[in-house]
Design a protein around this ligand. Structure first.
Ligand SMILES: Cc1cc2nc3c(=O)[nH]c(=O)nc-3n(C[C@H](O)[C@H](O)[C@H](O)COP(=O)(O)OP(=O)(O)OC[C@H]3O[C@@H](n4cnc5c(N)ncnc54)[C@H](O)[C@@H]3O)c2cc1C
Length: 386
């Protein structure tokens, strides 16, 4: 895609979010996007030429490369409804990317094609109850054993976003050869979606669920990619997926900042406009800096991924900084709005509880800081020896 058409998609996305998603927020009950509203918004996104911007053209998407995602995903994230409308919301977006890279043609036809068309939802099942996989994926306790004609999976998962209502799960389990990903259809005997865990965030379709796999038998064709390569594929999924979270949440932080700027431009206090009072200007300036730095770190990581690099350090740095910066920006916006910041007449109060979990999922800040520091020490060690 040429730069001109990428710019077109960006402009169309901004216009679509302003024209369709922001007004639709008034019809959004506040928990989960209703399937009928989601279908209506997706139809409108198709008509506006902004649907599935990240998906290859051969699968019906707009075919943008990852270096061109940041602006478009941020524009979608400006409304809580934008990512669902464009079909670039988590966890489906990350699963589409993984299926595009690792799925067989048959798996792509069966799972990726309908997912990319927005006909069904999916989930990604990795995290387990303690002492299983969480920050440390090596603790993976769900097992996969070969049986006649396929595999038997046993284990428990939790926090699985979108599991309730998903047509299939990409499930991580430990085979004798190592961690392996399996495509498990909803309705497979032994695959049970349990309790939805009440959480601070509400926007993910289906919420976050507990899942049990008990004597769950899947065929050989259910293996995604190679047996034993699950952790490598998890990185293929999680690097871009944590970056697209950064992009979308940056959009929401920018929205909160805009709401605060609009208010401070009109609110008179102590004989001055609020945006002319120094302490308020300090809050505004710090948010401008957080937004600009987030944008730059996201683009740096996206460019590194686009160049074919694993970009583990770049995506970790962006993930830590952006997940913390968007929280700060939303929090400052709330402060500038005064009491209106914490009541739900304005949308901003809600944004805080939507962005907070991002400092935990896709790797908590501490796990990433630990990894960033170890990579820095390793790199310096190699430089000393060179
Ligand atoms: C809203 C939400 C949605 C999610 N969606 C999914 C999903 O769809 N699929 C899925 O598989 N999982 C999902 N998760 C799970 C998420 O990935 C895990 O919560 C995360 O990996 C942390 O694991 P844990 O909760 O077991 O915390 P733990 O592993 O118990 O970690 C607890 C804390 O330990 C600290 N810590 C971690 N590493 C280090 C370190 N190296 N040094 C010092 N301190 C450290 C951090 O402060 C961390 O928060 C979701 C979680 C949330 C909150």
């Amino acid at each position: 895609m040429t730069a001109a058409t990428t710019a077109d998609v960006l402009e169309r996305t901004r216009a679509f979010v302003r024209r369709v998603c922001l007004p639709a927020e008034a019809r959004f009950g506040g928990h989960d996007v209703d399937p009928a509203l989601r279908a209506e918004l997706q139809e409108a996104a198709r008509a506006a030429g902004v649907f599935a911007p990240h998906v290859g053209r051969e699968h019906g998407g707009l075919g943008l490369g990852i270096a061109d995602w940041p602006g478009v995903f941020e524009a979608a994230g400006y409304s809580l409804l934008g990512p669902a409308a464009l079909n670039c919301a988590a966890p489906d977006e990350g699963n589409m990317h993984l299926l595009e890279l690792t799925g067989t043609p048959a798996q792509q036809a069966r799972y990726l094609a309908p997912l990319a068309r927005g006909e069904l939802r999916s989930c990604f099942a990795m995290t387990e109850p303690h002492p299983g996989a969480g920050s440390d994926p090596d603790a993976l306790a769900t097992t996969a054993r070969r049986v006649d004609g396929g595999w038997r999976i046993d284990g428990a998962k939790r926090f699985i976003s979108g599991a309730d209502g998903a047509a299939f799960a990409i499930c991580m389990a430990r085979a004798p050869e190592g961690a392996t990903m399996f495509l498990v259809d909803a309705g497979t005997p032994g695959f049970e979606v349990g309790r939805t865990m009440p959480a601070t965030d509400t926007i993910v379709a289906g919420g976050h669920s507990e899942v049990v796999l008990h004597d769950c038998v899947v065929p050989e064709e259910a293996v995604l990619g190679e047996v034993g390569e699950g952790f490598r594929y998890a990185q293929v999924r999680l690097g871009p997926a944590r970056l697209t979270h950064c992009m979308r949440w940056l959009g929401l932080a920018r929205r909160a900042h805009d709401v605060a700027l609009d208010r401070t431009a009109e609110r008179e206090l102590f004989g001055a406009r609020l945006d002319q009072l120094g302490l308020a200007q300090g809050l505004i300036a710090d948010s401008v800096i957080d937004l600009a730095a987030s944008s730059a770190l996201i683009q740096t990581a996206a460019d590194a991924l686009a160049a074919g690099r694993r970009a583990a350090q770049e995506t970790s740095i962006a993930k830590v900084f952006v997940s913390e910066a968007v929280f700060r920006v939303v929090d400052r916006s709330i402060q500038l709005l005064g009491g209106d910041g914490v009541v739900h007449d304005l949308p901003v109060a809600r944004f805080l509880t939507e962005v907070r979990p991002f400092r935990i999922y896709d790797g908590p800040s501490e796990t990433h800081r630990w990894a960033i520091s170890r990579r820095a020490s390793r790199l310096r060690g190699a430089e000393r020896e060179a």
